[in-house]
Design a binder for this molecule. Sequence first.
Ligand code: HEM
Ligand code: HEM
Length: 185
Amino acid sequence: MASDADKIKVWDGFVRLFHWSLVICVVANWLNEAGDPPHRYLGYTAAALVACRIAWGFIGSAHARFSDWVPTPDVLWRYQQDLRQGLHWSKPGHNPAAAVMMLALMLVVAGLGISGWLTTTDRFFGEEWLEELHATLALALQVMVGLHVVAAIVESWKQRQNLVLSMITGYKRQTGKQQDADTTG
Ligand code: HEM
Ligand code: HEM
């Protein structure tokens, strides 16, 4: 039975608000695919959330900071080598593999905001390649989110703790084998 002493605060309020607001904006824009004003405003909100999250990556709480979780190529290499040998790094924030997905998700949402905006400018209005790029990014995001959700469920099972709930409450349970892996390279 986990006691309060086993709990550690991992995700601050901003990260949690960012995550679930982003989910709402992205899902709403998948459901409403026309480039009408609601779609545009939700898309700009999603892109603005990512911009704020990037700033928060420099000034936010410990595990929100990029310095806590963005891996160097060397760290990624060591991580996958350890995984192959059955050694699982357990750290409070994002693990190196998750980190790559987090960055990719943020990048694609930013790309959707920029490509969507460009379709509304005089210079690029009606350009088919741009509309196709926007649609392709939206599809790529769907596939990535599918993987992201499956990974969150599988990782929760492996760690014997509900990571989705952690993204709501901000707390994770510190397991016996949990240790801070050196991700700074
Ligand atoms: C999270 C951000 C966004 C997502 C997930 C998203 C998703 C989509 C999707 C799925 C479509 C339909 C593509 C197709 O099959 O033709 C679409 C179309 C469109 N989006 Fe977005 N979008 C986002 C942001 C934006 C933004 C910020 C703008 C502009 C300000 C925008 C403008 C448009 C326009 C004009 C279309 C219609 C393009 C066409 O006629 O092919 N979108 N979007
Ligand atoms: C449109 C859909 C989604 C997008 C764009 C998205 C994006 C993201 C991003 C960018 C992060 C990093 C958060 C940060 O560091 O600020 C994240 C983390 C996370 N997301 Fe999502 N997410 C989506 C849907 C979901 C859903 C539906 C779930 C739950 C089933 C989920 C569960 C999680 C969890 C558990 C984490 C933290 C992972 C960890 O502990 O390392 N996400 N997500």
